[in-house]
Design a protein around this ligand. Sequence first.
Ligand SMILES: *Cc1c(COP(=O)(O)O)cnc(C)c1O
Length: 412
Amino acid sequence: MNKDQKNRAELNILGTYKRLPVEFSHGKNVFLYDTDGKEYLDLGGGIAVNALGHAHPEVIEALQTQAKKFCHVSNQYYTEPQITLAEKINQHMKHSGKVFFCNSGAEANECMIKLARKHGNIHAKQNIITAKNSFHGRTFGGMSATGQDKIKDGFTPLLDSFYHIPYNSIEALDSHINEKTAALIIEGIQGEGGVIPATPEFLLHARKLCTKYNALLCIDAVQCGFFRSGTFQSYTKILSDTHFSFKPDAVAHAKSLGGGFPIGAVWISDAYKDVLSYGNHGSTYGGNPLACAVSGKIFEIIERDNIQDQITHSGSYLLENLSTLKNKYPHVIKDIRGLGLMIGIELQNISIPDTYTDLSVASYTTLKALEDHQLTLIPSGTHVLRILPAYTITKSDLDLGLEKLERLLKQL
Ligand SMILES: *Cc1c(COP(=O)(O)O)cnc(C)c1O
């Protein structure tokens, strides 16, 4: 990319991100194009956002059609796209509940945290348990819930009464949950924590104990939800081999829900639908017609084209082929895991050339994938690469991705 542009960015944009040296100009399906016209295979999907890839014609049409009517009216009024989207979320949750709309993942978690606090205040309790290595966003509520010190460093005092236990530890949950617990908030599959799915035993035990102690069981499905795992919610996939059903009390959605248009949504089960009542919460943009029209269209396409099954098949195909690569390159790959199109490649502690020693193994590999193989990946922690492509990725594009990955592995 051109140097002048990099300088202009650095002069004018706050330095909260370390950017890779590429400027993209446009995309089509699972491909991105840079300003030099080079084509990249997008397996990062904008960090689990681009559910139907780039520039999907029907999504563009839904956006344009709604934009010609209006982009925004306030939540003082009713609008059809918001009602339709809430209905669809409710249908797919398979339990009756109500939806609150916002604009991002962190905001969706803020709503769940407010729900937990209000529930706690009603019942004279305030503790919120979350998992170590979790990620729940960059707001004060999100940071307080997040179980990673590097996210919180420099921002104390955070919110009170958050406790972090090892993810999937039944013993830790047993020893921390009690009458003072207002809520447990966990990801169905930890994303930033390295693509770690919840275990069926942990989910079922958490449900049992939350019910026993009148604590809300809240799922942060911002990354793993909205079909990413192959089912609407990842816990359905995780529990599919058991005969147990599972009903959370609240679920936060964002990322893929808007396919690139900012939107967040929290589903709250009927039992707690009156905890946040008139005047307790709000958002100017939340559930605006443009965002809801786009999200509603994505929902419709996923249902119509049976894309859930496609996600499951593509995910199994990737896992199988990545396991073959793991066996072929055991000195580079330590583990392969994930569900549907949320897959993690854990790398060994490979050595990095001297010029890159400020980068983690995952960041270095992501840079090499981009520069040498025209492939986007998302690092997670220090050693995990994430694959989070569009749900509609074809078998031949998966094969192209596997080819590019193998060339990358050979180089490491
Ligand atoms: C990305 C993410 C968030 C934060 O979402 P934003 O839209 O960036 O605010 C919260 N929780 C999880 C699990 C995420 O992956």
